[in-house]
Design a protein around this ligand. Structure first.
Ligand code: GDD
Ligand code: MN
Length: 389
């Protein structure tokens, strides 16, 4: 979703609590959260209720309006018209929240609020972006589940780990906290129950930590995890799997594109050597009988110009020849060529002196390295492309 973006306040913590028919649990969980608030931070709890027939939404509203809250603490409720599913409720809550730190938890008291301060602390201090409250790391546990439910959970977890390559022990946890900005630019499908899994798959390079807790099966009300949720799970794993393959394919395409441009750049460079050589000879003899150094200057300038034109048209496929723009590009190109020459000189010196490489070999290496540096500079600064396009 687009507007989960980082508009939040740095200190603020938002706790998202989805509810569906939790009239017997909601007050207890709200009280318990309030007794376990992270210290010295403004905190808001946002309940997202899907028009629960048992009146959960009204109970929360009444509680908000009548009970005094701790300093720096607020509770809000979003009442949606219909039951749209757990993940979509969580997403809705995130969108309406203002915290830079988001905590997500169930409302049926399966998730103990007393570890929330530790989760928030871990985000603050130990340099990670997602904290998963985990049943399956050392010290974690599940209490009160049937063998069947345990088995379903284990199988679903294995599918996520092996099918999607997720490294965490409990990627299906419904209890987690994260820094809001990791969602920037992500589009979440929010199908079914697996919000955390989708976040883990779609955020790259973020650091995740798991901390143990004991999941206690609900005492009141009933689980909404039925057959439709299982089907939703399969559907969302499939979608995430496709997302992964697509992503890998695009990355591959990007690197192929990059390499083919580098290859064109080298080819143009080689053609430049020929132009340089021929022009230098030609101007020293046939045409102008210039002094050989002057002829060489003509040679260098000719090859820089043909290199520039070929790279513009062919390597970077830039057909815009508006004079100002073209001249600026030409200026930069010539400038970078001189930098390239310096890199080349330095590198030859370095290789010969430090690695006692023979001059010809050193020269070849140096030309390749300098041309590559040149390629990068021109790609980025002369033709203003992203490095990987
Ligand atoms: N707003 C809203 N809309 N809330 C919902 C909906 C919905 O459609 N469906 C469920 N919830 C709320 C419930 O009220 C509860 O607070 C929470 O989401 C979890 O629902 P449960 O029905 O209690 O799920 P569970 O205990 O079987 O599953 C839990 O454990 C799983 C781990 O095995 C959840 O935490 C899952 O997210 C978790 O994967
Ligand atoms: Mn539950």
């Amino acid at each position: 979703m687009s507007d989960t973006g980082s508009r939040g306040n740095n200190e603020q913590v938002s706790i998202i609590v989805p509810t569906y028919n939790e009239s017997q649990n909601i007050l207890a969980i709200l009280k318990s959260i309030e007794q376990n608030l992270p210290k010295n931070k403004p905190v808001e709890t946002i309940v997202v209720d899907d028009n629960s027939p048992d009146g959960t939404g009204s109970i929360v509203e009444e509680y908000i309006n009548t009970v005094k809250k701790a300093a720096g603490y607020t509770i809000g409720v979003i009442r949606r018209k219909a039951k749209e599913g757990l993940s979509s409720a969580i997403l809705k809550g995130i969108e309406s929240s203002k915290g830079q730190t988001i905590v997500v938890m169930d409302s049926d008291r399966s998730h103990p609020p007393d570890i929330i301060p530790k989760m928030v602390d871990t985000l603050d201090n130990s340099e990670c972006d997602i904290v998963v409250a985990s049943r399956y790391v050392k010290g974690g546990a599940v209490s009160g589940w049937s063998v069947k439910r345990k088995l379903i959970s284990k199988v679903a977890t294995k599918i996520a780990q092996h099918g999607l390559g997720v490294g965490q022990k409990d990627p299906l946890s419904g209890f987690f906290a994260f820094k809001r900005n990791i969602l920037d630019g992500l589009k979440l499908d929010a199908i079914g129950y697996k919000m955390l899994l989708e976040i883990l798959v779609k955020t790259k390079g973020v650091r995740v930590k798991e901390i143990p807790y004991t999941f206690t099966n609900r005492m009141q009300g009933e689980s909404k995890l039925g057959t439709p949720v299982v089907f939703d799970y399969i559907r969302s794993v499939w979608k995430l799997y496709r997302y992964g393959t697509l992503q890998r394919r695009q990355e591959k395409r990007a690197s192929v594109r990059f390499l083919s441009k580098a290859a064109r750049f080298y080819t143009v460079g080689a053609s430049g050597l020929v132009v340089n050589y021929l022009m230098s000879l030609l101007f020293a003899t046939e045409i102008a009988s210039l002094w050989y150094l002057h002829a060489n200057v003509v040679g260098i300038m000719s090859s820089m110009t043909t290199n520039f034109v070929l790279n513009k048209i062919w390597t970077f496929e830039d057909r815009n020849f508006v004079p100002r723009r073209t001249l600026t590009q030409y200026g930069k190109f010539v400038g970078f060529s001189s930098i390239g020459a310096l890199i080349q000189l330095g590198f030859v010196f370095y290789l010969v002196e430090n690695y006692s490489l023979m001059y010809p070999q050193a020269l070849i290496l140096a030309v390749l390295v300098a041309a590559f540096g040149n390629f990068i500079l021109n790609k980025k600064l002369t033709f203003k492309e992203n490095l990987l396009d």
